[in-house]
Write a protein that binds this ligand. Sequence first.
Ligand SMILES: Cc1ncc(COP(=O)(O)O)c(C=O)c1O
Length: 409
Amino acid sequence: MSQLSASHGKGTITGNRYTFAPRMAKTPKSFIREILKVTGRPEIISFAGGLPSPDLIDVEGIRVAADSVLKTDGRAALQYSTTEGYLPLRQFISERYKKRLGLTISPDEILITNGSQQCLDLIGKVLIGAGDHIAIERPGYLGAIQAFSLYEPVFHPVPLVNEGPDIASLEHTCRSHPVRMFYGVPNSQNPSGITYAEKWRRDVADVIREHGVLFVEDDAYGELNFSGDSLPSMRSFLPGQTIITGSFSKILAPGMRMGWVVAPPGIMEQLVIAKQASDLHSNYLSQRIAYEYLLNRDIDIPIRKIRTVYQHQCAVMIRMLQEEFAETVSYHHPLGGMFIWVTLPAGCSSMEVFEQALRENVAILPGMPFYVDGGGTDTIRLNFSNATDESIITGMGRLARVIRRMTGA
Ligand SMILES: Cc1ncc(COP(=O)(O)O)c(C=O)c1O
């Protein structure tokens, strides 16, 4: 009795079926989570997920921070708290924006969320009505497609080129439709790995400004540029017109579910109401532990280590693509993040590659779910952050054999 039916009858149960709100029929399952159920077997080398390296999570440091919070202020840390989030943590985030990007952001413009994924849900809640037009990168982050779909928008995918969104297409979309917002990941985009070039950021901002669109800048990977350099935030070109989402998942620990959203005061007010209605506030104990951890160390040291390790793992995967795949595939060489986006040889189906590779105990992620308008059937996403040199070499060797066999190359 669990089939999904979107027809709204009088009751919730009709015969042996439940009926759900129509929005549920428009919201895709997370393909990644479904695939991970299949690929969790220990013998499988998985490039399908998007997990940070477990070796880089500072378990001992977090344990010490947790001990200290519970010993010194346990009762308060385990109490209800404010919706906006722990002020010292918001002050830390505000100072980091100043230091890293030269941005002046008041702690009042920051709301602590349950991972940055929750920001997308809250943004959808307060800004997207059924039938509203929103623009999104093509390919786009699957989690955003899923979060926004619940609010039943009309998606307008804007193709990504090497330097960022195709400007003419963005312009055309904004001119042809009453677009409310553009959602993008300017740093090490998931899934493509593309980082918007600086000039591109200005050009995108010009279009966004002209059409009164809101830019939702998802910066989940901003700290993971391999070079350590930071490109300007879209907010520096579009103050008052940008919402930034940030995350501790890739630099601290995803299981703590700590993220934040930065929004201009008028929007923040609405986000706080939506957050109150959703969950009152984010896990206060996690916030206290995270702050205690950050207070007692130079966070740039572990972040540098994460960048160095991921840059190395990425280089090993690129080397395998160069040596083993010859000219059969094309790919984007990322400047940071956790993924390499690969385009397969003409006529090669990513779903078939997925199935054949799984038989060789290698898991990859087919690209289709990242396309709101279909397409991407010849693309795959490879994750390198949760892999060793050895597993990359072995797994990529097997994947190359599968593709050669399929293409007769
Ligand atoms: C682009 C992007 N945004 C947001 C998220 C959500 O991350 P979290 O909720 O852990 O902060 C992810 C997760 O992988 C992501 O890739």
